[in-house]
Ligand binder design. Structure first.
Ligand code: FMN
Length: 183
């Protein structure tokens, strides 16, 4: 099983990074024969989609833009499970993750088949509704329905705007670890 884990927070060692790390620890400890690739989007050079639609013409592989998405298309296409992790920014995902998601439009159509998605979020407000995490959950539901893929797991935690909340929060660390074990 190949897992492609995407960290959409601009803070590598922040709440979302800690949540993702713990989730992957659970995955690793309960599964042999697993390959995990983690990508920190902030250090990648990814341009915004230009909307040229050439990717849909079948004349090229992936995208006309030549940047770090080239390597990420390969990782995406080879993976069985994609773990998307992001803090909630303005009631949605971070711009890093949005640019990446828009560019996935150009990933080869066949590669979406049987793909499974997991969503991990952190947010400052108190719950899924007030934080806007619910919007992102709905986006991933729509995206997986549209691409005929599966949305298999989600986990979110309120950090109360504490930049290091997750590393000190035994409850969320244990819950997300257990979720990883169940994948
Ligand atoms: C630009 C910006 C926008 C934010 N927007 C929201 C929001 O809409 N809802 C919310 O609950 N928290 C919001 N937050 C708080 C973060 O989601 C929260 O602090 C998160 O745990 C940060 O994750 P990190 O430690 O990985 O950076 C925002 C933070 C920033 C910096």
């Amino acid at each position: 099983m190949k897992i492609f884990a995407v960290l959409g927070s601009p803070r590598r060692k922040g709440n979302t990074g800690a949540l993702l790390e713990q989730y992957l620890k659970g995955v690793e400890e309960n599964h042999s024969d697993i390959e995990i690739i983690t990508v920190f989007l902030q250090e990648k050079n990814i341009e915004g989609c230009r909307g040229c639609n050439i990717c849909q013409s079948g004349k090229i592989d992936n995208c006309v833009i030549k940047d770090d998405m080239d390597e990420l298309y390969k990782k995406f296409e080879q993976s069985d499970i994609v773990v998307l992790s992001t803090p909630i920014y303005f009631f949605s995902m971070t711009s890093e993750l949005k640019v990446f998601m828009d560019r996935l439009y150009a990933a080869s159509h066949g590669s979406w088949k049987n793909k499974k998605f997991v969503l991990l979020t952190t947010y400052g407000d108190k719950d899924e509704i007030s934080s806007g995490a619910i919007n992102l959950i709905n986006i991933i539901k729509q995206m997986t329905a549209f691409t005929r893929t599966d949305f298999i797991q989600k986990y979110g935690v309120s950090t109360g705007m504490n930049p290091n909340f997750v590393t000190q929060d035994k409850k969320s660390l244990s819950e997300v670890y257990e979720l990883g074990k169940k994948i």
